[in-house]
Design a protein around this ligand. Structure first.
Ligand code: ATP
Length: 269
């Protein structure tokens, strides 16, 4: 897929939150993404066409590890039930993914999925899942989620190294909350309102530059010619320009970077 196709594909995934698309056949592929800030389920058909998707804010994981099993289970059951009622079919199996470096906690992720009624068909690492969408051979996939900036360096299509450091969307919201003298929850709302991105970007620029510094620390400009962004924080309008300027490497992001990893997980179900 070239980048325009990736954009169009991800736009369709985003649309599938509101609209149900008709699958080519009855076999459905499901991706369950258990995140620190959000839990997301994406449903694709056999040919990877987006069919439906649901998400819910959550704080049941810490550093990629489930810390509130019952809370996670309740949310996954709820999202699964919502999708099943929208689709009119039962979702029986799913793929899941682990953030790099948390592979030893895979059983807990599996218990959550299985407890909600899924058979887990595949366990991926998150950068590989994201790269199922970008399909890069050589380059860097950067995932900026709720708590951290993570990056995976790819060579010949395989992950050769991963890094993860604190600084993510939570830090962006904390800066906004302090700046506007509002609660964290209100800051989150403002941050997720695309109409206010132009206004808030100068306020949160220093946090984004910190993320760029983390990326720059691990990426060699001589060896890497493009950075591909994913993760909810990359929804911020203009984040790619700040990173590109600071790191000095061409930086690209798909239409809805928030849904890149869960969609990549679904593709591998
Ligand atoms: P982590 O990767 O740290 O485990 P996660 O997988 O839950 O967390 P994501 O779901 O990729 O992370 O991203 C969550 C973050 O994205 C939150 O901080 C949220 O506020 C932010 N976010 C979501 N939508 C938007 C938006 N439209 N604009 C800006 N930020 C957004």
């Amino acid at each position: 897929m070239d980048f325009e196709q990736v954009d169009a594909y991800m736009a369709r995934v985003e649309e599938s939150e509101q609209v149900i698309f008709k699958p080519v056949s009855s076999k459905l592929k499901v991706g369950l993404d258990l995140g620190t800030a959000y839990i997301v389920i994406v449903v694709l058909d056999e040919e990877d066409n987006p069919i439906a998707c649901e998400k819910q804010a959550a704080s049941v994981l810490k550093d990629g590890v489930v810390v509130d099993y019952l809370g996670a289970l309740t949310i996954v059951k709820n999202l699964k039930a919502k999708l099943e009622s929208r689709l009119g079919v039962e979702l029986t199996s799913c793929a899941i993914a682990m953030p790099a470096g948390t592979e030893s906690s895979v059983r807990t992720h599996e218990y959550v999925a299985e407890g909600a009624g899924f058979i887990v068909t595949n366990v991926l690492d998150e950068p590989t899942a994201a790269n199922s969408i970008y399909q890069i051979q050589d380059g860097v996939v950067v995932d900026i989620g709720g708590g951290t900036t993570g990056l995976a360096i790819f060579k010949d299509g395989n992950v050769i190294s991963t890094e993860d450091e604190a600084t993510g969307g939570t830090h962006v919201s904390l800066v906004l909350s302090g700046n506007y003298h509002i609660s964290f929850e209100e800051a989150e709302k403002i941050k997720q309102d695309y109409k206010r991105h132009k206004e808030i970007l100068p306020i949160v620029k220093a946090v984004i530059e910190k993320m760029a510094t983390i990326i720059g620390k691990y990426v060699d400009k001589e060896q890497v010619d493009a950075i591909y962004l994913c993760g909810g924080t990359c929804c911020l309008t203009g984040i790619e320009e700040i990173i590109e300027k600071r790191v000095g490497i061409k930086t690209l992001k798909a239409k809805n970077p928030f849904l890149v990893t869960p969609t990549g997980i679904a593709k591998n179900c």
